[in-house]
Design a protein around this ligand. Sequence first.
Ligand SMILES: Cc1ncc(COP(=O)(O)O)c(C=O)c1O
Length: 413
Amino acid sequence: MNRDMSRYSNILNRRRDFPSLRRTHNGQPIAYLDGPAGTQMPQQVIDAISGYYAASNANTHGLFVTSQETDALIDETRDIVAQFLGASSGETISFGANMTTLTFSLSKAIARTLREGDEILITQLDHEANRGPWLTLRERGIAINEVALKPNGMLDYDDLRAKIGKRTRLLAIGLASNLLGTVNNVALARQLTSKVGALLLCDAVHYAPHFPIDVKALDPDFLLCSAYKFYGPHVGILYSKEGLLDRLETDRLRTQDHEAPYKIETGTLNHAAIAGVNASIEYIASFGTGTNIRDKIVNAMQLIAEYEHAVGCRLYDGLRAIPGVTMYGMNFDRPDRAPTISFTLEGKNAGEVSGILGNKGICTWNGHFYAIRAIEVLGLLDRGGVTRAGISLYNTIEEIERLLAELRLISMS
Ligand SMILES: Cc1ncc(COP(=O)(O)O)c(C=O)c1O
């Protein structure tokens, strides 16, 4: 073990929790650097999902034990997600298929409160999931404006100041970019939206696996994330500020509960996956110390952020030393940057690079990762986008050295 990293033994020892880390491909252990597209799952989460099917599988609101257990599980999971996000109660937490589907549902509901000429602000840096649902509202006469992305990977806050105004009804902004790792200035976004009375909706999908979230401090009206990015299964999560969802006209059945948090949850939820969401947050909390679950989660996320940043620094420095590598986005000298690095290699298409790495058992992603507007603005679309390596809590310096060694070979070929 690298001597500098020995103080993270609490994290490194937990690699054994992830059965998929024992897989090999072409004779090599698999190095999963594809976390931004979805993380691996620890045994504890897998057990919770299969345990639900083994013991408590039922639909909700029945007068028998497995149904009652299912109701209790969903309520408990809302509560633990609220703890994960720093929210006051589980009643602010709704579940859905994924973040994109929840955002579409929400955009339809919010559209019913808007009038022609109203404006929504989105950003050039965001994932399409936080752009597309809002862009569809153009059909209803809503003006959709974009906050510009600067070549350095940061949003142009002067542009935000210039574009936000009295007609702005909502700003949809990510907490962190899944392409460049940029952490956006959401405190400023809140200040500016509050001034004009606009709603603030935050996409926390890429931020949630890497940093603690405190909705009391950030004060968004809506915040969304996705459990499969933080060691859980495929479940979308929506936080709505108390009272807000109640006031919206969501698509729903007559038979459905008409209050928050249920009124945006159409049909039967994925109960087993919700058991997995619960276990994934318990799992994260198990890395931290504290007298209550919230303290443990925050402490754990601080430790994870620090560890991932240290591993990310090695990746950043190593990439910088390889001839022909261009990295995109901000330098790695600030702790509030997500450990996600996108780069190109001179003379090579991103797909070629990821393909060669894939054959060696190193999982990176290539292309635009649905942050297609940012890739367009950076002039990288015609070149096949970028190769992306993302650090998760189970990645090691050794895996980074393996990646760097392969990239050195590719750069010389
Ligand atoms: C930043 C960001 N936002 C939104 C999404 C969409 O999430 P989901 O797959 O849950 O719809 C992703 C998925 O990659 C993402 O990285």
